[in-house]
Design a protein around this ligand. Structure first.
Ligand SMILES: [Ca+2]
Ligand SMILES: [Ca+2]
Length: 218
């Protein structure tokens, strides 16, 4: 569960209340154990922050599988807190000796009790977050997550650490007509990947969202 470097040891700094404890990461030295990291999520909640942890170099991911926010995707607004047990994960990056939170991760479709963040891993360009009790009936890669009839089927979500340009939906590094045509194809076919607003409805709001991303460039 702990993908930490060999010389590090992860311990909560407040053993009295694991639900809201900060994550203390300690490093062994000749003088004993010195605390190196004291990470806290951007908002407090009974979230079991620190249940899962992974570190790769200067990137750390911390899971909080009982976090309750109804937010979706990357860096969504954490309220309202009405999705009990949906879970979250937090990305911290070390710069100039300091660990700062750089991303707040939720599933693309947040549902209560899906336990997103029950497991986390970071490696190379990717962060992967497991949602042990996700109910989606989709199968394989990038299935439609809107149908929710498979109780506790589970799912895993991959995030790019550097997602590039939001409108570069064919991931070739440039925003051009190919991206526009790809979006139109998804839109016309009712492909869930055109649901840029993550509300399980493909409509004009998604079209305008794509236009805004296209116009903003990189
Ligand atoms: Ca492109
Ligand atoms: Ca939509």
């Amino acid at each position: 569960m702990l993908g930490v470097q060999r010389q590090l040891c992860v311990k909560p700094t407040n053993l009295g209340n694991l639900n809201v404890s900060p994550l203390g990461l300690q490093q062994h030295s000749q003088d004993g154990w010195a605390q190196q990291i004291n990470a806290k999520p951007s908002h407090n909640a009974p979230s079991r922050f620190g249940f899962s942890v992974s570190i790769d170099g200067d990137v750390m991911v911390v899971g909080a599988y009982t976090e309750n926010s109804s937010a979706t995707g990357v860096n969504g607004q954490p309220g309202p807190m009405n999705a009990s047990g949906s879970g979250a994960a937090y990305v911290f990056v070390k710069e100039e000796g300091e660990w700062d939170q750089t991303a707040y991760l939720k599933a693309s479709r947040t549902r209560s009790n899906m336990r997103f963040g029950f497991s986390v891993a970071v490696g190379g360009d990717f962060v992967v977050v497991g949602a042990r009790d996700e109910h989606g009936t989709a199968s394989g890669l990038n299935g439609n997550p809107c149908a929710q009839n498979a109780t506790s089927a589970g799912a895993a979500y991959a995030f790019l650490l550097d997602p590039g340009c939001p409108a570069d939906i064919n991931y070739d590094g440039v925003i051009d007509a190919d991206d526009f045509m790809q979006f139109l194809q998804w839109y016309a076919a009712g492909d869930f990947r055109a649901d840029l607003t993550n509300d399980c409805v493909i409509d004009a709001d998604d079209f305008f969202e794509f236009l805004a991303r296209f116009a903003s460039g990189c």
